[in-house]
Design a protein around this ligand. Structure first.
Ligand code: ARG
Ligand code: ZN
Length: 290
């Protein structure tokens, strides 16, 4: 009977129960409230999730679905397997009444989303953007580091998303739409996908390094916004530069690990580097880093 606790930066972490089911949200240090582990971002491990739920429920975790069957007692067993090692804070666990929706994918990368059955129609635009985002970022950053990707959407925390490895977690209220995705929705979707390279594949050695996650993911947002005609990288950088900076982005106090200074300040550092070395060399650096 796990109970959420307060994480290092003051935000609740752990395994949460909602009217839609349950979900885990553990960055930076919530996983060990429900699963024994060396809960440190530098210690990646191989994972396989075997989750039993009542009949009619779906359980979702990272990676590809390896097995789904009904047990003798009527419960359903769901087995998920990510192909690559993974840090503890990137674990995805969801239970509830979900549809698994296949996308087109790109060469060598399958796409599978997990959305609440009742939300499916209003999340079609968010799911549909994934293939475009994937091709765009592969073009920018190099090969996608995993064999599958998708979005996982439930009743989580409004305004907060998480780059859980191979399947990013979002709140249903943030992505639902009857029409086209707005700017903020595109920011959320592009940000979490960029993290799959920067944060997930390349993980921080210590939590002081969150700018290496958040600065790069924010820079990824800026690239996508420019590509989508929603503002140039230069405009995004100018806006970020106009914000107050409360500390050096690479030296955050523990309670400000995910402050805007880390996100926008980190992205500004990358933009400054790009201006210093030139566009071409900078793209080489991004790819070499990943
Ligand atoms: N890494 C997430 C993102 O930027 C944000 C998670 C915030 N977590 C927290 N404990 N404050 O996409
Ligand atoms: Zn982020």
């Amino acid at each position: 009977t796990p109970e959420p606790r307060t994480g290092a930066d003051g935000v609740p972490v752990g395994w949460f129960f909602t009217s839609a089911g349950s979900f885990a949200l553990d960055e930076p240090d919530g996983l060990h409230s429900w699963l024994p582990a060396n809960d440190h971002p530098s210690d990646k491990a191989a994972w396989r999730f075997t989750i039993d739920v009542p009949a009619g429920q779906t359980a979702i975790a990272n990676g590809k679905l390896a097995e789904h069957r009904t047990l003798d007692d009527g419960r359903e067993r769901w087995v998920w397997e990510p192909s690559e090692p993974m840090s503890t804070y990137l674990v995805l666990v969801l239970t509830g009444r979900f549809d698994l929706v296949d996308g087109t994918g790109i060469d060598g990368v399958s796409v599978q989303h997990a959305v609440l059955t009742s939300d499916r129609a209003r999340l079609e635009p968010a799911m549909a953007l994934t293939d475009d985002l994937l091709s765009f970022f592969v073009d920018q950053f190099g090969p996608f580091p995993f064999d599958t990707y998708g979005i996982a959407v439930t009743e989580a925390m409004e305004g907060l998303a998480m780059e859980t490895q191979t399947r990013s977690l979002f709140d249903r209220r943030d992505l639902a739409t009857d029409g086209t995705l707005d700017r903020l929705q595109q920011i959320l979707l592009s940000h979490e996908l960029a993290h799959q390279w920067f944060g997930d594949a390349v993980s921080p050695a210590s939590w002081s390094d969150t700018w290496l996650n958040e600065g790069f993911a924010t820079y990824g947002e800026w690239l996508w916004l420019e590509h989508a005609g929603l503002g140039t990288v230069e405009q995004s950088a100018a806006l970020a530069l106009s914000e107050p900076r409360r500390f050096p982005p690479a030296d955050p106090p523990a309670d400000l690990l995910f402050d805007r200074t880390v996100y926008d300040g980190g992205a500004v550092v990358l933009y400054a580097l790009r201006r210093e070395v030139g566009d071409e060399r900078f793209t080489e650096i991004l790819r070499a880093w990943a």
